[in-house]
Each structure stands twice: as C-alpha cells, then as structure tokens.
Design a protein around this ligand. Sequence first.
Ligand code: ADP
Ligand code: MG
Length: 733
Amino acid sequence: MVFTPREHAIKEIAETLAVAPCKEPELGNTQRSDMFGRDVFNMRAMRERLPKGVFQRLEQTIKNGAQMNPSDADVIASAMKDWAMERGATHYTHWFQPMTGTTAEKHDTFLTPTSEGQVISQFSGDMLIQGQTDASSFPSGGLRSTFEARGHTSWDPTSPAFLVSGPLGRTLYIPTVFYSYTGESLDRKTPLLRSEDALSHQCVRLMRLLGNTSVTSVQVMIGVEQEYFLVDRRLYMLRPDLILSGRTLYGARPLKGQELGDHYFGAIPSRVMAFMQDAEDQLFALGIPVLTRHNEVAPGQFEIAPVYESSNIATDHNMLIMEVLRTTAERHGFACLFHEKPFTGVNGSGKHNNWSLRDSNGHNLLEPGDTPRDNAQFLLFLAAVLRAIHKHPEPLRIGTVGASNDHRLGAHEAPPAILSVYLGEQLTAILQSIAGKKDGQYSWGNRTMEIGVSVLPPLPVDVSDRNRTSPMAFTGNRFEFRAAGSSQSVAPVNIALNAAVACALDDISSELEKAVAEGTPILKAVQDLLPRLFQEHEPIIFNGNNYSEEWKKEAERRGLPNYSDTVIALEQYNRPDVMNVFCSHGVLSERELLARQGILIENYVRTVSIEAQVALSLGRTAILPAALSWQKDLADLIISTRQALGDGEKLPEEELFRRVRRHTTGLIAALDKLEEAWNGLKGIKDHLEAARFARDQVLPCMRDCRTEADALEEIVENRRWPLPSYEEMLWLN
Ligand code: ADP
Ligand code: MG
C-alpha cells in the first residue's frame, strides 16, 4: 500500500512515540543550581574579571543609570571577549528588538587579519558600545529616509550579555538599543527604558512628598507567563498555512477538543516533558529563572513562566524563552506555535504580564503595609493605577494590537477589548467606603478609613483565581494584565502601563504639592484626595464576568471604550490626548509615535494579505482538487450503479454527491470572491484605508472559503484530504 504524506507522517509519529526514551535524569538540582547563569556575563563574572574600580563604576551605571566612563569600555570589552572565547565563542552580535516584533542580530567575528597573514582576536570598547547596521529592511515608519539607511545599535549595560550555542560554535549576544541616524528610536527597548525612568521619577516624587527620604529609584518588576502550542513537526510540514501564517486557515472542528477538560494541568506527555526539560536547562544556563510548567486548557497547549524580574531584563528574557522554545522544539520533532489562535474552536494563547513596583529599599509598592503611613502610600499607588487605566485605556489597548491577537481578544477564553480592573470584593468595599459610599458589601465597608491613622485589614494574597476573566486583575501585591498576545513582545504593554501610571502619579503629586504649598499637612491632603480619586475612577472597577454580554452594555453605560479590533484601536493612536501620555514624559516623541502607528497599520495589512494568498493557494491547489476528485468518483459510481441496476430509481449516493457538489461549487465561488477582494486590497495606497478594507472585505471572504472547505473536510474521503486534521495536530504528541 502506498502511504499518503499524511499517513506516512502518522506512521512515523506512532513509531517515535513507541520508543520515546525515558532516561535517568542526568542533572540533579545541585548541578542545576551550579548551572544557573553559566552562559551569562553577569555581575559575578564581571566582579571576578574586572579591576575593582571599573567594576564599581559599571555597577553604578547598571544600578543607578550613571554615565559610563568611556575609558572603562575597552577594559570591559576585553574582559567580556576573554570570558566568551574561553567558552568557545567565535563571534559576537549586537542583539536588538526592531519593530518587526521579533529580535534581530548580525554576527561579527572576534578575529581580525593582521598584515602578516595571521589573525588576532579583537574587541574594543567601541565595538562593544556602538554598532552600525544596514537598517533599510527594518520597518521605520518613515523615520529613516532611504539615503540614510544606516541604523545604530548601542549597548544596554543593564541587560547582561550572554552566549548562544550554534552547531559549530558559540556567539556572544550583547543586548542593545536600536535607533536611527537622527537619534529616533527604531526599537521597543528604548521606549521601555525611557518609560521605566519616567515612572521611577514620578514614584520617587510622590514618596518624597509622603516623607520618604531614603528611596532613590523604583523598578518595574514583571513576571511573564508564556503560552504556546506544540505540534508534531511532520504534521506541521504538511500545513503551509501554519508555516506561513502561524495559524490554520482551514480545518474542521476536532472530533475531540477541550470539552472534557482532560488536558488542563494533566500529566505532561513524556515526549513533551523531554522537550521542556531540555529547554529549561538551556534557559537556566542563560540565567532565566524558569519556575513553572504545565498543560494548558487546549490539547497540545502548554505554559512556561519564569520568576519575575526587572521589566527590561524580563522582556529580553521573554524574547529568549520564545527563541529557545522554538529551536528546542525543532530538535525534539515539534513545531512550537506562538500564534494567538492557531486553531479555531479551541482556546488560543496569551501572555500574562504580572506587574509591580519595587523601590530601591526592596519594598513592593503594591503591597499593603503594616503601618498607617504604608497604607496611605499603598492606596495612592492603587489609585494611580486605577486612574491610569480609566483615563488612558488607549495606550494599553494599542499595546496588544495585531491581526493575530484579534482572533483571541473578546472570544470566550480571553478578556474583552474593554479595559477594566478587578480588585476583588474586599478591596473594592474598602475603596467604596473611603469614597464615602456606605453600600460596600464587605463587613469592613461601614467603617471609615482614616488615612494615616487606620490600618487596612489583611488582604488575601493572590485572589486571582476568583476571576480569570478580567483583563487587569489585582492579585494581592501585583496587577496581572491578561490581554497581551502570546506572540507579542511584552514591551509595548509595559511601555504603555508605565507611561500611563507616570501620568496618573504626576496628576496626584501635583495636587498634593499644591495642597501642601497652601499649608495643608500631607496626610490631610491625602485624606482629602483619595475619596475624590476613588469616586472618579470607580467605573473602571469590575469584579464580574468579563466574558458576558451584559458587561458590554454595562461598560458602555459607564463610558468605557470598546476598541474591538486592531484597526479601531490604531485609529486612536494619533489623538493628541493619547500621544500626550507618551510625549509628556519623554517616552516617545510625536514623530516616533506616528512612525509606530504607521508600522503597526502596515503590519496588519501585510499579515492579512499573506493569509489571503495562502488561503487562496491552499484552497485552489490542494483542497479543491481533493474535493473534486471525490466528486468525480461519486459521479462515476452513480453512473455505473445506475447501469448495473438498470432502472430509474433514485439512489442515496446522489444526495451525497449533491452535498459534495454544493460545497465544491460554493468553494469555487468563495475563492473567486477572495481573489477579487485581495486584488482590491492591493490597489489601495492609503494604509489605514487598506487596513479597514482588509478587516471588512478580505477577512470575511477568507471565512467564507473556510466554511465551505471545512464542510468538505467532513464528507470527503479521509485519505484524500491533503491537510492533517485538527485531531491529528492537537492530540498526536
Ligand atoms: P498564575 O497562573 O496563577 O497567574 P503563575 O505562577 O503561573 O500564576 O505566574 C505568576 C507570575 O507572576 C510568575 O511569573 C511570578 O514570578 C510573577 N509574580 C509573582 N509576584 C510578582 C510581583 N510582585 N511582581 C511581578 N510579578 C510577580
Ligand atoms: Mg496568570
């Protein structure tokens, strides 16, 4: 028997699974802890290898942002090179995060030829600090004119350099920022660093007002939970839609999906476990403190989360986690999918961003304290976050835009595009009572909170499990933002969150400073301000079910905007009040913002356009031929059956034939309409207009093609179907 490609893949998978190795673990926890950070030029390596004075000055740069001493750069570069070469590095690269959403790198060797025909290793301070790259192929939204194609990269000493292994050697990766000749940011790291500074500045300003004289800076801490799918590579290779657009553009509902809930937190399949352990060992060596692993809701879906770190490093680490998962999956015969919605009808993937603020004394500003004064501070920071989300939902919403995340947000598995904050009953009741409302349900609700005198009742830490539907949930000592997409960098949501909270703190401090200048004692001023803040921003608090239809109506009544898709969200980007959130604290300039808006819109159009082409090609050259050949066989069968029976009786096969034919002709017509729409899209010059057209014309045409094709998949002979089915991709691992 000749196997079809699908049958061949399945046979091979069956053989692999039958011999899945189960070796004795090689690394116990002791060795693993020795391994942690082995491939990172971290503080310990620097302390060991740098002259004391150089190390101390560099530490000041890293911890407090002090200007770097240029003469130190040569010393640091040389130590870094020696460290890397001793570990097998042959090349180095400035590693950056252009607006493509992924990372970029160009490798250079350490070896330079000499006049005597030999080579010597060389790596100067200049080479460490600054790089130049041909940036003409990276999106710049018009920030870089064609005659000035150069982009520049510049070392970010706050994120440590690390080694990545290739098949025949290692490369030293140096995290950098990426900017144009005119100094404008072309990446996502620069605005993230700027937003951290702006927020730190505003936090310290408020804390000084409250009488704290010791805090010098505040760090944003984030913990990023990453969801992903694993699909056997042999099946993946037979799905051009997965390869080219990251999601299945066709595919009938699986015969078994997640309805039994038997995958979530279930036993991890052994082949997947081997992959996870391999990836975790590599991540450990890269100094990434991976913490948890588990099965997610959908079959074939998993999650990994590291311990939280400062937001710049955690963002870099999340990019690295994705890269390590992707390459490790390949080696284990899987494809790792980060798309938000690779499969219709089962849950998609998100990336939860746990966010908190830590002052230079190590205190979490979102943790209710033990003293009245700590509580006043906690309530002010809480109020600032509420104000940020209530007054500035657009920046945060824009942080999650993208054609792929549109398939997930607002579905019954992910928060809606409407932003609200979950605080839990108890904290909500406290805020209501501060706001002067006596209808708080919680027993504490009838007492009045006297700022600077009362102590908050103990709050349960991690109340998150009570509401998994909120886009932004307070979980006892941090906020968990759940709307980011699994394929996205978390930089944009953190840039937006930091900038918006900086604006809110700025408003709060300005009011308090004014009151104090007029002679009001600070705690009295806080006591006067908090009720007003909580009254004003109460509408942003919602503890109910965010997936419900009623919430949409209720949110509208409360005046909360619903930017339901990427295009609507991006249309808000150049509103003066939205741009001001970024501009007023120097996070992004007006020109940089407009460039980003342009890039994101263009990216949306390109994504839909690629999907349309793949859908067209697959529909016409793979699905339709299979369906037509089945249709023809049925026709032949009917003719020969009629001949054999020799009478005019109606045959049951005819109904089957008609059904197949109804969907093949339907598919032919739908594909023609899709082609027409795609041609229409190509003709539109204005990007925003093209984006609207892609959303309103092209995507619906793709859905129509899919409806017909999926109906065919359910009735055409299984052997003929060219694409691996949902159940094969979801369950064969
Ligand atoms: P869950 O799935 O219940 O949300 P996880 O354990 O999967 O919880 O993930 C929680 C994430 O939140 C981890 O990355 C963890 O390190 C992070 N986290 C914990 N405390 C803080 C904090 N104070 N600030 C930021 N992130 C935090
Ligand atoms: Mg979570």
